[in-house]
Design a protein around this ligand. Sequence first.
Ligand code: ZN
Length: 149
Amino acid sequence: MEREIEMSGVSSNEPSVDTGLSALLQAAREVARNSYSPYSRFRVGAALKLSNGEIATGTNVENSSYGLTICAERSAVVRAVAQFGPQIHIEAVAVANLNDAASPPCGACRQVLAEFIAPEAPVIFASPDGVRTMPFRELLPLAFEMKTK
Ligand code: ZN
């Protein structure tokens, strides 16, 4: 069954978010419980709604060599490709954390998402002013693209 996804703008009350994105946000929250974050204790989850109807989730996995840490969003993308193949298309993204903190996708994750996501796909995340939904193109207006001559 296809769920309807709409933009809902900034909202501090989650019930005002449409049901498709609310379910995706809930999936992100649930997977955040599996976070491996012994260093920061910042527990993050991400859920991707794919065009094949599936939801792929990921969580952050930290490392004692901090730079090797992978964020929840990239973890979800890697999982989606591993599970469904390289042709995945992301229709919506939800990012949640269990720390009551803002957690918009970081720059690296935005670039990785750009490989598979439609410009208008909604991205829902905790922002400093509440839960916010933005089209992906506003999060990363000038994504790098490999174009050789
Ligand atoms: Zn990231």
